[in-house]
Design a binder for this molecule. Structure first.
Ligand code: FES
Length: 249
């Protein structure tokens, strides 16, 4: 009974509006020489998301605020941003998770187009460079390309990537070196390197062995901490490093 009462009280608390203070890094290339900070105060429920906070600012205070979003459910990967110093998705972090005082910035390491919108093309060029698709020249006939549950499990973790870029843009090596393909591209290379149906393992490992590849990783673990899907990014990078070494030995 007490537990039910406590549950009801917690639910009530999540429905009470609180004042949320947002400090957002703004940049409009048409008028600004450099980024600047702007502050907003909005009333929200603790169960609202950071994305709802941004929508509230945009729809009720300043329509010029720019940010990307689509699914609002942590699936499309559009709204990675830095929230209180950590890369996160705006749509899956609640005010009750991140607090009522928010500092919001664009992710680092990619050129800012406007406000929280960054140019993702360098990121997608790095992604394309690892050939992120199944390569198999054999004709499967009128059947699927089958694999055992164990073989499928081998790369299950890295299939979860939604290409939000939170991992790559939290990596200090990625910020400093535009030649590095970055954690997200390596995660997507891993997904095919360890797929028993794929026939381009050697070619992918060769790409990963170049100076733009895995050896640039300094194992900072920022990528693993930032991934909103909980992918063990650093572990995937280490597995690719080991595959390069053991395939050659
Ligand atoms: S809007 Fe799609 S992941 Fe957040």
């Amino acid at each position: 009974m007490e537990t039910a009462e406590a549950g009801a009280q917690a639910q009530d608390a999540m429905m009470q509006e609180v004042e949320v203070h947002l400090r957002i890094k703004r940049f409009d290339p048409d008028v600004d020489k450099r980024p600047h900070w702007e502050e907003y105060f909005v009333k929200l429920k603790p169960s609202d998301t950071v994305l709802t906070a941004l929508h509230t600012v945009k729809w009720t205070i300043d329509g010029t605020l720019s940010f990307r979003r689509s699914c609002a459910h942590g699936v499309c990967g559009s709204d990675a941003m830095m929230i209180n110093g950590v890369n996160r998705l705006g749509c899956v972090n609640l005010i009750s998770d991140v607090g009522t005082s928010l500092v919001i910035e664009p992710v680092r390491g990619l050129p800012v187009i406007k406000d929280l919108v960054v140019d993702m093309e360098p990121f997608f060029a790095q992604y394309r460079s690892v050939m992120p698709y199944l390569i198999n020249a054999d004709d499967p006939g009128y059947t699927e390309r089958r694999q055992s549950p164990e073989d499928r499990a081998r790369f299950d973790d890295t299939t979860k990537c939604i290409l939000c870029g939170a991992c790559s843009t939290s990596c200090p090596v990625y910020w400093a070196n535009d030649q590095y393909v970055g954690p997200a591209a390596i995660v997507n290379a891993h997904r095919f390197i360890f797929d028993s149906r794929d026939q381009a393992r050697a070619e992918r490992l060769e790409i990963m062995n170049q100076k733009s590849g895995v050896w640039r990783c300094r194992t900072a673990f920022n990528c693993t901490d930032a991934c909103p899907r909980g992918i063990k990014v650093t572990e995937a990078i280490e597995e690719v490093k080991r595959a390069i070494l053991y395939d050659r030995s």
